[in-house]
Design a protein around this ligand. Structure first.
Ligand code: GLN
Ligand code: ZN
Length: 762
């Protein structure tokens, strides 16, 4: 009979209890015992919820005080020296220090936090382990064993979850002298041995070892290391399930299937084509866990379709088949029953973590007792839901589809090539060399947030709200005029978030109240849900931008979020491909671009902050993604005349892989984050001979530090060595919404001074 298990449950709590407790602890409003009590309660609740849903084998080790990779670093004693100041035995404060940095105190100097980066292709961020050439590993943190004991005391059947040694090393970075972190494997493995022995002594039967890098394009030496590592770990006690997810095993299928362990988990949601091939490759002694419930999205599973696959697998595997979500449910919201403001139909289409556990359990029951009334009812309900989605007029809108079908190649093509456009734009905009601008947002002050909340709560009228925002715009405009900036922005005071603001005005988007997902540490995001064909019923920004333009004779830049970013930071539909959703968004935003132009706006920025993170994990799939992502942007931008200048903005620093597509987007101006890389990343633009204009950020907006004008001028001069000066803009790295006004003004004064200095030296 197929065993049900879960790869991990969200740790934040259905009311984000963990976030609240963490933040209270950091503020000093909650002591350590209080924080630990909240963690214990959450774990107990989550185990019980999963068990009640029908999950037989419950994950332990999926809870983390900040991040599961960080927990592993503490467990293995991978604690950089700068955090040893308070003694080498790590405490909870060591953990938080590594995550958040340590400010100087009476005893010790400060220490900067560990670097943070995205967990594969998710929006979850982990803390990057730092390895030194002489790195030692020693079991240094008891959390996992304590939590096993805690769960056992509650009577649960537990499966500890570990990040595997290869994935752990892969996720880290070498610090200091030149060496290869893969060479640390032999030193790391004994700690895994020790952990497995300790767990066996606690009576644990199965351990889940996550090796998601098996779904990546791996260098040969990493592939080889897998066999070495698991041959050694084979000798350690306990049954081992290797878990892979987020993509298919492809060329690593034979490797993964053949590892000397007791089971393999694969993600059939992301890579359904792995089935049934896997059945022929799996040794006869092994358990196969099939991830058939999507751990990355909010849609209910098509149970019949999943069951069909599982039945085939059961015929071949019998007892050796396990059923699970595709990946850890860390990436889905917690509990749909909390949603009290979604309409009944839409709600009936959704499943969050708790509901997904239930789906796993029903599927396993269906294998066991297909005729059971409960099973039949669940299948009938699933069938009805699939049918209602497939036929719903809320989802399928002929007008949107007709427009999509009518797109021609010309629609994604500006009227003339850049060389001609830029002449027209220069003549019209009359900007000085090294024009200055900002990325869009100005400080989101408490007053702005209060006004927005009051308006949403009905406490102030629309007119009062509009006037409050207008006054923010007037303030932003007058500051920018006084500073002497060349291309102004309205400041984005009316926007809570660069995606949600637009999603709220686009038909086909829905919003949850409690659909939070952990992003990093105590930070959670609540992505909007794309449920239907997308369209823009009316202008979204034209009034605000026109008002801002009316306050100044200078050029006012319109500010929009691009289609790829809108898609990437939402929960997408699962019934049509992502690229179709991107095209629908492109058409909706294109309408806005055209309306802004008609309203007299001469420069329009279309932000694509998430363009690069959409890259698939497997290189073979990159080009297809880049093609539709680029085309979506062009479709958005190409409805305007040549003399209207299109900007885009991307806030990250890795362009090498995608420079060709960035160029193909053909924005007249691109602003990027560069200050922290000392302009090095312009190398990609130089090598590619990137033809259009570029604004390489001259200061880091993540820090309150105000750099001097000499420093910014120096950076621009470096930039001018790579990109001709006449194509350079001067701007910060990103939007200023998280900064305060005083530091913002101080930095911009220096930035404008730097630009003036550069001009005088031309
Ligand atoms: N226009 C946005 C802002 O300034 C861009 C934010 C971003 O790229 N993340 O806030
Ligand atoms: Zn940015």
């Amino acid at each position: 009979m197929a065993l049900t298990h879960n790869l991990g449950f969200p740790r934040i709590g259905r009311d984000r209890e963990l976030k609240k407790a963490q933040e209270a602890y950091w503020k000093g409003d909650l002591d350590e015992a209080g924080l630990r009590a909240v963690g214990r309660e959450l774990r107990a609740t989550h185990w019980q919820v999963q068990k009640d849903a029908g999950i037989a084998l419950l994950p332990v080790g999926d809870f983390a005080w900040y991040d599961q990779v960080l927990t592993h670093s503490l467990t293995f004693g991978v604690i950089p020296e700068r955090f040893h100041a308070h003694g080498t035995k790590p405490t909870l404060d060591t953990l938080f220090g590594m995550a958040r940095g340590v400010t100087q105190d009476s005893c010790c100097g400060g220490a900067h936090a560990q670097e943070m980066t995205k967990w594969f292709d998710t929006n979850y961020h982990y803390l990057v382990p730092e390895f030194t050439a002489d790195q030692q590993f020693a079991l240094s943190w008891e959390q996992l064993f304590e939590e096993v004991e805690e769960g056992q005391a509650l009577g649960h059947n537990l499966k500890p979850v570990l990040i595997g040694p290869l994935t752990y090393l892969w996720l880290g970075k070498e610090k200091g002298s030149d060496f290869n972190r893969l060479d640390l494997l032999e030193r790391l493995l004994p700690v895994y041995g020790e952990i497995l022995q300790r767990l066996a002594a606690q009576g644990i039967e199965w351990v889940q070892i996550d090796e998601p890098i098996l779904a990546l394009d791996l260098p040969q030496d990493w592939k080889n290391a897998f066999e070495r590592a698991y041959n050694l770990l084979q000798k350690e006690p306990g049954k081992k399930l290797i878990a892979t997810y987020f993509a298919g095993l492809e060329d690593n299928l034979g490797l993964a299937a053949g590892l000397p362990v007791d089971g393999l988990h694969i993600d059939l949601v992301r890579a359904p084509e792995q089935f049934p091939t896997i059945l022929d490759r799996l040794p006869a002694y092994k358990v196969l866990s099939l991830g058939v419930v999507n751990g990355r999205n909010v849609w209910r599973t098509d149970l019949e379709q999943a069951l069909n696959v599982l039945q085939q697998a059961q015929e071949r595997l019998g007892e050796r088949l396990w059923v699970a979500p595709s990946c850890s449910l860390l990436h889905s919201p917690v509990d749909l029953t909390r949603e009290d403001q979604l309409d009944a139909e839409l709600k009936s289409w959704l499943a969050f973590a708790v509901q997904k556990c239930r789906e796993v359990a029903v599927l396993a029951q269906a294998l066991r007792e297909p005729e059971a009334a409960e099973v039949q009812a669940a299948l009938a309900e699933s069938r009805a839901i699939q049918a209602s989605r497939a036929a719903s007029p809320r989802i399928h809108k002929p007008a949107v589809q007709a427009r999509l079908a009518a797109i021609s190649a010309q629609d994604s093509q500006r009227q003339s090539p850049f060389a001609q456009r830029i002449e027209l734009q220069r003549a019209r905009l009359k900007l000085p060399p090294f024009p200055t601008t900002t990325i869009g947002s100005f400080p989101q002050t408490p007053a702005i947030r209060l006004a927005r909340q009051a308006f949403k709560a009905g406490k102030i009228s629309a007119a009062e709200y509009t006037e409050a925002m207008h006054s923010e715009i007037r303030h932003a405009v007058s500051v920018q005029e006084q500073l002497g900036l060349d291309v102004l922005v309205h400041g984005e005071a009316e926007r809570n978030d660069m995606v949600e603001y637009f999603a709220e005005q686009i038909d086909g988007y829905a919003f949850t109240r409690f659909g939070w997902v952990q992003s990093y540490g105590s930070r959670c995001v609540k992505p909007a849900v794309i449920y239907g064909d997308l369209s823009r019923p009316q202008p979204m920004t034209v009034d605000w931008i026109s008002y801002a333009q009316s306050c100044t004779d200078k050029v006012m830049k319109g500010m929009l979020t691009g289609p790829v970013t809108m898609l990437m930071w939402s929960f997408p539909r699962d019934d049509i491909p992502r690229e179709q959703q991107a095209r629908q968004l492109a058409l909706a935003i294109r309408d806005e671009v055209v309306d802004l132009e008609a309203a007299g706006i001469k420069v329009i920025q279309i932000d694509e902050a998430a363009f690069r993170e959409g890259l698939p994990l497997r290189k073979a799939q990159w080009q297809a993604y880049l093609d539709w992502a680029t085309e979506s942007f062009r479709l958005t931008a190409s409805g305007v005349r040549d003399e209207t200048q299109i900007h885009t903005h991307m806030c990250y620093s890795e362009f090498n892989d995608v420079i060709e597509s960035i160029a193909a987007m053909d924005a007249d101006v691109i602003t990027i984050e560069t200050s922290r890389s000392d302009m090095e990343l312009l190398e990609a633009f130089e090598r590619f001979d990137y033809p259009n204009e570029i604004g390489p950020g001259v200061y880091d907006i993540h820090s309150p530090r105000v750099p001097g004008s000499a420093e910014m001028a120096r950076l621009m001069k470096k930039a001018a060595q790579r990109v001709p000066a006449e194509r350079l803009w001067v701007n910060p790295d990103c939007g200023l919404k998280t900064r305060g006004w005083p530091e913002t003004e101080a930095a911009l004064v220096n930035m404008v001074a730097a630009a003036k200095q550069l001009r005088s030296e031309l």
